[in-house]
Ligand binder design. Sequence first.
Ligand SMILES: Cc1cc2nc3c(=O)[nH]c(=O)nc-3n(C[C@H](O)[C@H](O)[C@H](O)COP(=O)(O)OP(=O)(O)OC[C@H]3O[C@@H](n4cnc5c(N)ncnc54)[C@H](O)[C@@H]3O)c2cc1C
Length: 315
Amino acid sequence: MNVLVYIEVRDGEVKKASLESLSEGHRIASASGGAVCAVIPGANLDAAVAAAKGHGAAKVFTNDSADLANYVPEGYLASVVEAASQCNAEVVLLGATSQGRDLAPRVAAKMGVMFLPDVTKISTDDGLVATRPVYAGKVNISLKAKELPVVISTRPNTFDLAANEGAGELVAISPEFNAKAKVVEVVASGGEKLDVAEADRIVAGGRGLKEPENFKVLEDLADSLGAAVGASRAVVDAGWRPHSEQVGQTGKTVGPTLYFAVGISGAVQHVAGMRTSKVIVAINKDADAPIFKLADYGIVGDAMEVVPALTAALK
Ligand SMILES: Cc1cc2nc3c(=O)[nH]c(=O)nc-3n(C[C@H](O)[C@H](O)[C@H](O)COP(=O)(O)OP(=O)(O)OC[C@H]3O[C@@H](n4cnc5c(N)ncnc54)[C@H](O)[C@@H]3O)c2cc1C
């Protein structure tokens, strides 16, 4: 099976989610006797090309143009579709980042093929089978592709990174496209803050923090762990935290290595966004809070006592 992987670059840096897709693409292609290609639209792509090669890409299709320095859906779409054709791709993988969520269905529609979003596992033992959580994460569904190609978006932080040196043969492409809009300015909302959707560690807080000022203790814990701060919807709706930090059904889906749920009850809509976290630590003063059913480690206690003590211990 030939696999094409879309490599997302932001400010010259490759998104980790793309390298996870590429590692998985390399595994699928190797297991089924195919090759893995990468496609990188954008500008100043040297670092991205090196990363793609270092994660197993046999061929790297680049569309290097100043016009593509920012995400241009039509231009990026044309690049992926052109590379899929030249690579004879039977599987096209994209990380389910915010950009990937925009681009992947466009690619599937343009190619006229099936789209499997937010996949957490892929098997090629018996045809191509992709597994993804449905019903707010209560059930995993496995779908077998009846025909190829398919377009799949992979959930960030669920596939392992693997260093595999590929041949990295460079192929420049520049398909025509007709952009309907142009990015004139990009304003970052969170300054230097880590984005919860991509963070490897998250310290999330809920209504149990009692007041917005108390999030300072979570920020201190997050700093000592190199983690991002997340939030439940209750505190976002209350205006304590920005929506960009909200985890859950109507917020972001996260899958970090470590997730702290502090003063968060564990409502199904919150859990939907974080249940695939690898290690979950719950801190809640109510021993019967539903979050403890999901947690790997639980501390029953007052967040304002437990969290500063943890931070002090970590420091
Ligand atoms: C359509 C829909 C979509 C939704 N989407 C989302 C979503 O995306 N994300 C989301 O989070 N929610 C979402 N919700 C809301 C969700 O149902 C819950 O209302 C919300 O998650 C509750 O937030 P919470 O856990 O912070 O607050 P609460 O449920 O009020 O829980 C607070 C917790 O803090 C504990 N606590 C209290 N004091 C302390 C203390 N001193 N120390 C430690 N613990 C303490 C309590 O025991 C309790 O368990 C959605 C709801 C709907 C209907």
